[in-house]
Ligand binder design. Structure first.
Ligand code: HEM
Length: 119
């Protein structure tokens, strides 16, 4: 199985201050630290996306199928899918009042006026 990385972990490896340069392309994580000097598009183009998702930039640069194939040489793993957070229903804030509560019988039923409907 592929190594999974959190977005925050990838973000730390942004190529700055001597840190490795990692990129995300289509959900995969690449370590391009040793490719910076060799990249035909220049090292700066890669550093610009250090620690970030470069999927769009990679596509927009119009890379050849050779470049696509080269990607695998730098792959170190995959981005951990973000789990759906449980939905938390926040009570409506009403100033100093506490959270709204729903009572089982909010209002006593109004007394019948005596008119009966049979339909
Ligand atoms: C691991 C990731 C990458 C690999 C393996 C890679 C590889 C390559 C290769 C092999 C070329 C030569 C042309 C070709 O075959 O398409 C190239 C050119 C280029 N790349 Fe990348 N690239 C990567 C990421 C990026 C990113 C994120 C950018 C975004 C800015 C970028 C921008 C460019 C540009 C602008 C060129 C054209 C250079 C020119 O023709 O003067 N590349 N890349």
């Amino acid at each position: 199985m592929s190594q999974l990385y959190d977005l925050s972990e990838v973000a730390q490896n942004n190529g700055k201050s001597g840190k490795p340069c990692w990129l995300i392309i289509k959900g995969n994580v690449y370590d391009v630290t040793n490719f910076l000097a060799e990249h035909p598009g220049g090292g700066d183009a890669l550093l610009e996306y250090g620690g970030k998702d470069a999927s769009k930039a990679f596509k927009q640069a119009g890379h050849s199928s050779d470049a696509e194939r080269d990607l695998k040489n730098y792959k170190i793993g995959e981005l951990r899918p973000v789990e759906a957070a449980p939905i938390q229903i926040q009570p409506q804030s009403t100033g100093t009042k506490g959270p709204d509560t729903i009572t089982s019988s909010p209002e006593p039923a109004k007394k019948s006026s005596g008119f009966l409907c049979c339909c």
